[in-house]
Design a protein around this ligand. Sequence first.
Ligand code: HEC
Ligand code: HEC
Ligand code: HEC
Ligand code: HEC
Ligand code: HEC
Ligand code: HEC
Ligand code: HEC
Ligand code: HEC
Length: 412
Amino acid sequence: MSFRSVFIALVIGFGLILAGVLVNRQRPAVEISQPTAAMVRASGKCAECHTSRQYSIVHEYELSAHAAKGISCLECHQPAEKQGKTDHHGFVIATKLTSANCRSCHETEYQQFARSRHAAPSWAAVHGEKGLPADMVAFSEKYHPGACRRPANALVSLEGGSAVITGCEKCHSVGKPNEDGSIGNCTACHTRHTSSVEIARLPTTCGQCHMGPDHSQLEIYSESKHGVMFAAQRDKLKLDVAPKKLTSRDMFVPTCATCHMSGLNGQKVSHDTSERLSYLLAAEISPKRPGYALAQANMKETCAQCHTTPVIERTYDEAEKAVASTNAKVQEAKEIYERLRTDKVISGPAFSHPVDFLYFDLWHYYGRTAKHGAFMGGQDFAQWHGNYPILQHTVELKAQAEELRRAHAKPE
Ligand code: HEC
Ligand code: HEC
Ligand code: HEC
Ligand code: HEC
Ligand code: HEC
Ligand code: HEC
Ligand code: HEC
Ligand code: HEC
């Protein structure tokens, strides 16, 4: 071989290597670290043992986008920063995983989630500020004033540890502060091994927590035209389309996720479920949120992917009047109830007198349900699970208040 051809070969060879390096630098870190032999072996080893023991877990993983992209078991199960390490059959793993194990590859979703009410406010609703790191409280208070800086809920000490662990925490731990400094978990909606957007878009997924008399969103949705159409046309909808490509041709009937998170037809997708909410409906007396106008514009833009302006404006007009009217009804009851305490007709801690429950149920069950029903198409909930029991409880509250005042006025 002549010197000339060797030289050309060397130049071409070096050029190819350089091109390879340059191309590789453009790829996300995730992709570069993918196909190493060690990682492939790792998943093989984990799966080998675990298929025979827990077929279900390995199978769910095999159905995931992660498996399709070659993300190994170990990439989730390796200890993230500040997590405990366990020696496990030749590997070092973390046995308790948190959102930190997803964050390494999904920072955008993590950040949106972290500023949502699914994060710190969820936990604070039960346990108050205690247990939340100060920086997390300060961060969340910027977005949701008063949602973290508050005392523990009175029911926590009244109902006791096991009630709180098997009840409140099962729903509210979606925003639990983790020992590694991260917040919450991502698996409440995505599951641990399918990591699926299809499952996250199902109403029943949100309904694990969003159901029951105090937040009957799943029941309201099931009754609504949207829920009925979803049940009828579920098999015609494409629930697994990638979020950035989702159009109203794939999802022509909305689920909870469509209205509260998805980016139909190029709209913004978000893990911050507060972005499209203009009222705080969960509150006793519902105030407008700080970003009222923008939030309402965001939600209406979602409706507009499927509806004309008159339908949207009519729905909002009716629902906003329902909020105002429910606020007025609750305000009237609240004054009757609170005067019993200021006039010392009743005393003692929260939830120690039957009348405490009467008033609590009035706003916490029926007030909320009337408002939620009005916004989300639940006519039976607006009426028979909402306004009717508000009326009934108001009459009963007035009668009890009179009775209590008579008994109180009587000399002993
Ligand atoms: C040689 C077999 C074997 C291999 C290889 C193996 N495991 Fe395991 N793993 C087990 C057994 C056995 C258990 C305990 C099962 C039980 O409690 O029933 C277990 C338990 C676990 C647990 C639950 C631990 C806990 O305390 O909560 C996790 C998570 C886990 N394995 C993940 C992995 C991952 C990830 C890999 C690969 C990096 C892996 N395993 C490799 C056999 C294995
Ligand atoms: C997308 C991230 C992810 C991947 C990939 C992943 N896991 Fe997991 N795995 C989790 C999470 C999250 C948990 C829940 C841990 C906890 O309870 O804190 C978990 C729990 C487990 C458990 C205990 C579950 C139980 O119900 O007893 C086992 C065993 C396990 N994984 C094995 C595997 C194996 C084997 C693979 C690969 C075939 C794998 N995992 C891939 C995230 C993942
Ligand atoms: C090592 C990096 C890595 C880790 C760790 C990781 N993911 Fe992923 N995830 C990916 C990649 C890569 C994709 C595929 C993206 C694509 O197809 O464009 C993906 C896709 C997804 C999707 C979309 C799936 C779909 O059906 O389109 C979800 C949801 C998801 N991940 C959730 C999680 C959750 C939850 C965790 C933690 C329990 C996690 N991921 C951990 C890299 C990771
Ligand atoms: C079935 C799941 C579930 C259980 C169990 C549960 N919650 Fe909730 N909670 C929710 C959901 C979902 C919301 C959001 C409702 C809304 O915005 O309409 C909520 C809202 C709240 C709120 C109002 C929001 C806020 O930040 O002020 C408080 C307070 C609260 N929960 C406290 C508790 C306490 C205390 C317990 C136990 C005694 C408990 N919850 C049990 C799911 C649950
Ligand atoms: C593991 C339980 C759980 C699941 C699953 C869940 N949520 Fe929530 N969600 C909560 C809790 C708890 C709150 C109340 C947080 C607070 O304000 O204290 C909440 C609050 C909300 C809010 C009100 C936010 C605000 O700013 O007031 C919306 C909207 C919401 N969730 C939508 C969804 C949707 C959509 C899904 C399904 C894709 C879903 N949630 C799944 C527990 C859950
Ligand atoms: C309240 C339920 C809920 C929680 C909690 C949640 N997700 Fe999601 N996630 C969804 C829904 C719904 C979608 C699909 C949105 C849509 O319809 O386009 C999604 C989509 C995704 C995607 C696909 C994004 C894309 O553009 O391809 C990733 C990745 C993801 N989530 C990661 C996470 C991570 C990481 C966390 C925890 C920090 C998390 N999710 C927590 C409901 C949730
Ligand atoms: C057709 C769109 C649509 C669907 C579908 C939908 N919602 Fe809503 N949701 C709304 C609107 C509109 C509001 C009130 C917005 C406002 O305050 O401006 C709302 C309010 C809420 C709130 C109230 C938060 C608070 O306390 O202020 C929660 C929680 C919620 N929805 C959860 C769900 C869940 C869970 C599902 C599915 C079971 C669901 N939504 C289905 C449109 C929808
Ligand atoms: C992804 C598409 C989609 C989105 C987004 C959507 N809807 Fe709908 N909506 C439908 C479909 C489909 C029907 C049933 C239409 C029919 O009967 O022809 C429906 C029915 C309705 C109805 C009942 C009409 C009637 O008289 O029976 C109302 C009211 C409504 N939607 C309001 C809203 C509002 C308000 C929003 C936003 C908060 C919204 N929708 C978001 C698809 C959507």
